[in-house]
Design a protein around this ligand. Structure first.
Ligand SMILES: NC(=O)c1ccc[n+]([C@@H]2O[C@H](COP(=O)([O-])OP(=O)(O)OC[C@H]3O[C@@H](n4cnc5c(N)ncnc54)[C@H](O)[C@@H]3O)[C@@H](O)[C@H]2O)c1
Length: 414
């Protein structure tokens, strides 16, 4: 073991930094390491930016980035310019420290073909900067899968959006322990391969639910007002809305529906009725009953073997005169043949979707203002949802790597 003394030579060199923590100011400091040069070389201190310093009371302080080491007499001066380190060091006056072992900080890679918004990335950086055990790497706007394969090699944690995390990517990621998908769906991650490799996969449920539910009402208003082309329309107040699946998005739709003065119903076989009742939502036993009862149905089911093509003509044909279906869930849950038939046989039926069907052009030419499609998937495309899911993803990755917190795990554990 090798002792160093924090020499309390803090010298202010710059104006206070833009940190809400009032104790944080920009300082430079020097810490004198007492030990022989040979020991230092052996420990490879010179030239490296990472080392672990352990105080006598057992609390660890990891130094990272902007650490320079200069030889001086029989010891070394460690020159730190990093405010985070200095915040720690300022609290160490008089403490004798010993160097325990060297350890690199853990790397969190944010790999996004379609990046998070800059504001979201800035907030993610702030979260990481508060924790010196971690560093954030960005791979944004990549176009070649090989770029992801190369970048993931060093990563302990991986944050993605709709990026495909295949077995090949996971094979390359020798240090990887956790993947967080910023968003609700996670069918872009090979869960089986991740489970085999002992990698935890998480999503960030609920972070974009408000954005999605506001879009639901935007589309409903568009349809009842005939896309604002000049024709008189109808109102939402006093109408009924059926929420197909009472998860995170469904719950937000219920809240907004009541704000619009609508009667709110929901069908979700996996949610206890008492949860809906507590929200003043009327539970409905079957999807058939939901579709035949409500003026509007808003889809919030996941895409899986049970739900694919489950919204078919047989179900749609039960909808009330003038009813509308809103889909912000998944493209594949709609049986497009059934949807086309419904639109052609029921000129009163309206459809709004955030997911572009293969038959969109055909539908649009025949149905006029009875249908509405977003230009691309827009449900989660708000600044707030982007920030929420990015911050949640990075926080979850840190909590997992630090404390083993698996709260939002979606794959099996072996
Ligand atoms: N348009 C977008 O940009 C966007 C954004 C977020 C989520 N989504 C999609 O919206 C859907 C809902 O998202 P969420 O965040 O509310 O998910 P969630 O996981 O919070 O909720 C899903 C709900 O579906 C219920 N469910 C599962 N199978 C069902 C079935 N067969 N019948 C009825 N209910 C069933 C579950 O019990 C759960 O309550 C997902 O498909 C998600 O991929 C789309």
């Amino acid at each position: 073991m090798w002792e160093i003394h924090a020499e309390n030579q803090f010298r202010r060199v710059a104006a206070p930094c833009q940190d809400t923590d009032s104790s944080c100011e920009s300082f430079s400091c020097q810490m004198r390491f007492f030990g022989s040069m040979s020991e230092c070389k052996q420990m490879e201190l010179r030239g490296i930016n990472y080392c672990l310093i352990e105080s006598m009371d057992g609390c660890s302080i990891r130094l990272f980035q902007n650490v320079g080491v200069e030889p001086s007499g029989d010891g070394l001066f460690l020159i730190c310019l990093d405010e985070l380190i200095l915040r720690f060091i300022r609290n160490l006056n008089g403490l004798i420290l010993k160097i325990g072992s060297f350890e690199m900080s853990k790397k969190i890679l944010v790999a996004t073909e379609k990046p998070f918004a800059k504001a979201a990335v800035d907030r993610m950086k702030e979260v990481v900067a508060k924790n010196p055990d971690f560093e954030l790497k960005l791979l944004e706007n990549y176009t070649d899968k090989q770029d992801l394969v190369d970048a993931v090699k060093e990563a302990d944690g991986l944050i993605i959006r709709s990026d495909k995390v295949t077995r090949e990517v996971l094979d390359a990621a020798k240090n990887l322990k956790v993947v967080a998908r910023g968003g609700a769906g996670y069918d872009n991650v090979d869960l089986e391969a991740a489970t085999e490799k002992g990698i935890c996969v998480m999503n960030t449920p609920g972070q974009n639910s408000n954005a999605v539910s506001e879009l639901v009402f935007g589309m409903m208003l568009n349809l009842v007002r005939h896309q604002y082309v000049g024709k008189p329309g109808t109102e939402l107040r006093g109408k009924s809305i059926g929420i197909h699946a009472y998860g995170n998005a469904g719950k937000c739709v219920a809240r907004l529906g009541k704000g619009f003065g609508m009667d709110v119903y929901s069908h979700d076989p996996y949610v206890d009725k008492s949860i809906m009742e507590a929200d003043s939502v009327t539970p409905v036993d079957s999807k058939e009953e939901l579709y035949s009862t409500c003026d509007f149905v808003s889809l919030h089911i996941p895409g899986n073997a049970e739900t694919v093509n489950s919204i078919n003509f047989e179900l749609l044909s039960k909808m009330k005169e003038g009813a509308a279906l809103i889909n912000t869930a998944r493209k594949e849950v709609i049986d497009e043949g059934g949807l086309k038939k419904m639109l052609s046989e029921r000129p009163d039926f309206r459809y709004g979707s955030d997911l572009t069907p293969d038959c969109k052009d055909e539908i649009c030419t025949t149905c006029g203002d009875r249908t509405f499609f977003t230009a691309k998937k827009m449900g989660a495309q708000t600044a707030e949802a982007n920030i929420n899911s990015g911050v949640a993803a990075v926080t979850q990755v840190i909590n997992f790597l630090e404390k083993g917190d698996e709260t939002f795990r979606v794959n099996k554990k072996v």
